[in-house]
Design a protein around this ligand. Structure first.
Ligand code: DTR
Ligand code: ZN
Ligand code: ZN
Length: 317
């Protein structure tokens, strides 16, 4: 029987193994550090998140207009994220795989400390489609997860559980990077993952506030956050199986996440509670060349970035 997040048993076991490309080091059990008190999550500065988006936009502009799998823009995006994490003290691992005849890369960042047998993960796909820069899909998730990781480092937070962050390659080709990671991890290491939180499109210009309805504890954590803001949420069903949480869910890992909407149209009922424009897509630039830094709603990105931090602090105590 699959146990929800808070009751999941964890197995003792082997060290995580990953294929290294350059400059990475194998993530593993870090020297024990004393956990810090259950502090409240810090505010995630939206200016910092947007600065990452500006960098990702510049990278796409300098590399043929996209950050797609197998293109120069993707590896440049990964190197940007990796440099920030290395400078902040994370143990980073670059995992290499092949998809559609081109080399793809996952970036995994482990925050030293915490129980290596209870890993709380946050992830997002870093690749865009080839038709555009992919700033909402999925620079938004990638930048918010990056800034949350950097906030952990800035605060020196040492939760009881181990924190791991991931940026996936080749999601747009069919969840290739995350599937490769899950399949290469093995059952012993998978059993150590208490929960995987996925963030794929969290800054849509005509935003909705959707929470994945998978693991009940993770779902409630996000609902509690938004209830605190007085913002109603809806369960996210359109994306079932369509993003990087799916390989983890299929492997029995408790999953959850947030979503602000793609090419589906906002109803009048949704516009009444969330604002925005009824009858229009949540993101009219989904998978298009206009998915640029102008295709972001700052309020949604800010709220969702803070929700990521809230959940990571809450679920790793
Ligand atoms: N972000 C999309 C995948 C996706 C996730 N949830 C939904 C809901 C409706 C449409 C698409 C999606 C992508 O990476 O293409
Ligand atoms: Zn996409
Ligand atoms: Zn996406």
């Amino acid at each position: 029987m699959k146990l929800p997040f808070s009751w999941r048993a964890t197995a003792a076991g082997a060290v995580a193994v990953a294929t290294l490309v350059a400059g990475g080091s194998v993530a593993g059990a870090a020297p024990a550090a004393e956990p810090t008190a259950a502090a409240a999550a810090p505010d995630i500065p939206i200016a910092n998140v947007k600065a990452h988006l500006t960098q990702l936009q510049s990278i796409a502009t300098a590399n043929g207009g996209n950050r797609a799998h197998g293109r120069a823009g993707y590896l440049a995006s990964l190197n940007y994220v990796k440099a920030k994490l290395d400078a902040a003290g994370f143990t980073t691992t670059v995992q290499r795989f092949t998809a559609s005849g081109r080399t793809g890369y996952n970036l995994i960042a482990d925050w030293p400390g915490g129980d290596p047998n209870q890993v709380v993960m946050a992830g997002s796909h870093l690749d865009s489609v080839s038709s555009g820069p992919g700033i909402n899909d999925n620079g938004s998730g990638s930048a918010a997860v990056l800034e949350t990781a950097l906030a952990v480092a800035r605060s020196g937070h040492q939760p009881a559980k181990h924190l791991r962050f991931a940026w996936w390659g080749a999601e747009e080709l069919g969840l290739v990077g995350s599937r490769y990671y899950v399949s290469s991890l093995g059952s012993a290491n998978l059993a150590k993952i208490s929960g995987y939180l996925n963030f794929d499109m969290i800054g849509s210009p005509n935003p909705g506030y959707f929470v994945y309805d998978d693991d009940p504890v993770i779902e409630q954590t996000f609902k509690d956050y938004y209830a605190g803001l007085g913002i109603p949420t809806e369960i996210e069903t359109e994306g079932d199986g369509r993003s990087d949480h799916a390989p983890f869910k299929n492997a029995g890992v408790p999953v959850g996440g947030l979503f602000s909407g793609a090419d589906y149209r906002k109803t009048s009922t949704q516009a009444a509670k969330w604002g925005g424009t009824a009858g229009q897509p949540f993101d009219r630039c989904y998978h298009s060349s206009c998915d640029t830094t102008a295709n972001i709603n700052d309020t949604a990105l800010n709220r969702n970035s803070d929700a990521i931090a809230y959940a990571m602090w809450e679920l790793s105590q």
